[in-house]
Design a protein around this ligand. Sequence first.
Ligand SMILES: *[C@@H]1O[C@H](CO)[C@@H](O)[C@H](O)[C@H]1NC(C)=O
Ligand SMILES: *[C@@H]1O[C@H](CO)[C@@H](O)[C@H](O)[C@H]1NC(C)=O
Ligand SMILES: *[C@@H]1O[C@H](CO)[C@@H](O)[C@H](O)[C@H]1NC(C)=O
Ligand SMILES: *[C@@H]1O[C@H](CO)[C@@H](O)[C@H](O)[C@H]1NC(C)=O
Ligand SMILES: *[C@@H]1O[C@H](CO)[C@@H](O)[C@H](O)[C@H]1NC(C)=O
Ligand SMILES: *[C@@H]1O[C@H](CO)[C@@H](O)[C@H](O)[C@H]1NC(C)=O
Length: 423
Amino acid sequence: MQWRRRHCCTHIAGLLYLLSLLGVLVFLVHQEWLPGLTGMPWRRGHPVVYGGGGLHSTKAKGNLSSQHSLWRFVIVPQPSLKTDTNISFYQEDNDSFPQEETGLENSLAANTTQNEEGGLNSKLTQGPYPYIINEPDKCAEGKPAPFLVLLIATEARQVEARNAIRQTWGNESVAPGLGFIRLFLLGTNEGELGHLQQRMLEAESRRHHDIIQQDFLDAYKNLTIKTLMGMNWVAIHCQQASYVMKTDSDMFVNTEYLIYKLLRPELKAKKNFFTGNNMRGFAPNRNKNSKWYMSPELYPSEKYPTFCSGTGYVFSGDLAWKIYRASLSIRRLHLEDVYVGICLAKLRIEPTPPPNEFLFNHWRVSYSSCKYSHLITSHGFHPSELLKYWHHLQINKHNACINSFKDKMGWLHTNRMNGEKPV
Ligand SMILES: *[C@@H]1O[C@H](CO)[C@@H](O)[C@H](O)[C@H]1NC(C)=O
Ligand SMILES: *[C@@H]1O[C@H](CO)[C@@H](O)[C@H](O)[C@H]1NC(C)=O
Ligand SMILES: *[C@@H]1O[C@H](CO)[C@@H](O)[C@H](O)[C@H]1NC(C)=O
Ligand SMILES: *[C@@H]1O[C@H](CO)[C@@H](O)[C@H](O)[C@H]1NC(C)=O
Ligand SMILES: *[C@@H]1O[C@H](CO)[C@@H](O)[C@H](O)[C@H]1NC(C)=O
Ligand SMILES: *[C@@H]1O[C@H](CO)[C@@H](O)[C@H](O)[C@H]1NC(C)=O
């Protein structure tokens, strides 16, 4: 009798134990599978060291003034989320406006009948900086109109990064039959080293045919020129592209998720569509020591229009031409993403917020196949890490979250075993 009662109690205790275990499990799984609903579980360990966008303008209430130099932007508390920045401040005046471009814009506006065959192509020129390396037929080559053009800002020395991208998220076989074009954007370098790099770059271009380069000095402050070169290329050589993504060479981009889950080839391609990590209500950084300093002379207004972080934004093909054209009458600012935002504001196009805020990350998300199969960008990767994580994701992508569920099980199991041993 005693034995039976003890036995029964152990059973009940065991049952309760299992139930509580199940509770913990459900909690963990929930956290893993529904990241959007549980706050920012993986963001905490990775404070935003690169930019300031981990902070959302609508949420940040803390005292940030002591950290201004660390942050890319200062947040202006704005009750209204409407963008009503007065962009006429930044319109070029006649004096500083390059003659060539003024002429260009006039012809853009005026002459639509000049060359029927060339259509829009005939009215755009390559802009002030001639192409050194170009791939004018890249887009026409493919049978279908390209679904996605990847524009990747890179520097000559980043050979390893380009090779890693070719093998991973920039590999055309990610979207077989859809039309998927990858282009690396480059400027030029000076000096002996610059010459050497140029020769190597030309060899690389002959091999891969995925490089475009114009004759401007490749410097961080010229990133706007580089991006506009990419927009110009799409506008001239690939008008028919459904979507374009601009990103950087140290990014992880889940192109498969982007194409099949966000953009979705089976749907009619959108127009006037622009999305990414939306930066809304940000103000210029006025700290002169900051990488993101913006002088009041260049940008007098206290607020930027909504823009998307330059680490990765996506837009409909029609916007390449519209943005490029708008840029012809807006003074160049060195902060590329802010500048594109100003062009959009001039076009009266508001970036669309992505379906959830975890898709476009401009910080580094700690890796797990589950998380990485449900995001589009993550920032700050060495080429070898890119290869490693991409490979892991490919192997696990069909059960990306099941595996992490199993990991959790295994983890609980070992814990339980360890917990029971001393008893
Ligand atoms: C914010 O921080 C600055 C500098 O550390 C300090 O001078 C200021 O009083 C703080 N403001 C608030 C509201 O705490
Ligand atoms: C915008 O800026 C221009 C040029 O400084 C100014 O003339 C105009 O009044 C401003 N418009 C608004 C709505 O603030
Ligand atoms: C710019 O130049 C055009 C023609 O050269 C002139 O009509 C216009 O008034 C000028 N605009 C400004 C702001 O100076
Ligand atoms: C537009 O094209 C027509 C025909 O080629 C030409 O006669 C005319 O001068 C052009 N107009 C402008 C503003 O360039
Ligand atoms: C792209 O992917 C295909 C199929 O997985 C592979 O055969 C090819 O080698 C890859 N390309 C590069 C440059 O790695
Ligand atoms: C950007 O490129 C232009 C053209 O090559 C050059 O004159 C300028 O110095 C460059 N800017 C920087 C900051 O290097």
